[in-house]
Design a protein around this ligand. Sequence first.
Ligand code: BT5
Length: 323
Amino acid sequence: MSKYRSQIVELLHHNQHQYLSGQKIAEQLMISRTAVWKTIEQMKQQGFIIDSIQNKGHKLKSYPAEWDADIIQLVTRQSAYFKQQYVFKEVTSTQAVAKEKVLDNDRPFIVISEVQTAGKGRFNRQWDSQGDKGLWMSLVFSDEIPLYKITTFNLFISLAVARTIRSVSGAKAEVKWPNDIYINDYKCCGFLTEISGHANAIQQIICGIGINLNHQQADFPAELQHKATSIKEMTGETVDRYAFLDSLLSEIEHAYQQFLTHDFSDIKAEYKMYSNIWNRSLQYTEGTRKVTGQAVDILDDGRLVVRDEAGSIHHFISADIEI
Ligand code: BT5
């Protein structure tokens, strides 16, 4: 791969509204015009759509369908928090890779993969993660956090994901307590939070997020077709993965700072407005406990309060809810 690729990607990325001449690129990077031309030809072969017109120059029209490490680096470079990213074509699970990397990395980082061959949900369930359709990523947060706070982490993050989907696509994304995002009662995102630390405090949070961006219904395996959706399926518009990632990271960073410095009670009113479980009778399962009833509140520590059909009150830490 050309050693000038990342610099040329950056120049074209920042000048998408205009043609940049080979001469200008060569001068800016202090390289030969032949090197520019060769690199651009290589990029085209790798899936970049670049309009090249003689005497006018080159204009980037669209990105490769697969995640491109150079563009991810440009997007994540805006991040005030995550300073390192690992981009893969295929892994078993970004969560598994993040857990390996956390052993010798005490700074916040991101793991993204095009495909996961063994993406996982909670309790070792499977997460369907096909190539070039979604965003499969693990975020590693690295701060000393008192143990009692962790029960509200998912609530802050889910609000950030729902806000991003709404602002980028206009789709009415709703939070399904404790760790899913739904659109029109179909699941389009799930996440999984794991922690490492010692007896009194958490040192790292490894948060795996899966978001269906550009699937069509037929792309989902049969068993998911009646319950999964993607943003594109709901809006009809293809989601620009890089713009989405950019917005998502800034929403998540903002939510994470809020999580560190505020209590859940400060965002509870907004969280409740984004939530899709109120005023409906649903089935709640936690371990062997099954309750049918209506959610009536969320406590400040993140526990859900459900009133069953006989009027008794139940508290849940992390139930599965059938919608
Ligand atoms: C979750 O678990 O929803 C957490 C999913 C986390 C996935 C991310 S992707 C990046 C990172 N790396 C990983 O390996 N995992 C994380 P849970 O609440 O247990 O829901 C799992 C259930 O969701 C499955 O049993 C299916 O019914 C359903 N499901 C599986 N794949 C789906 C998909 N792509 N879209 C919607 N629903 C899906």
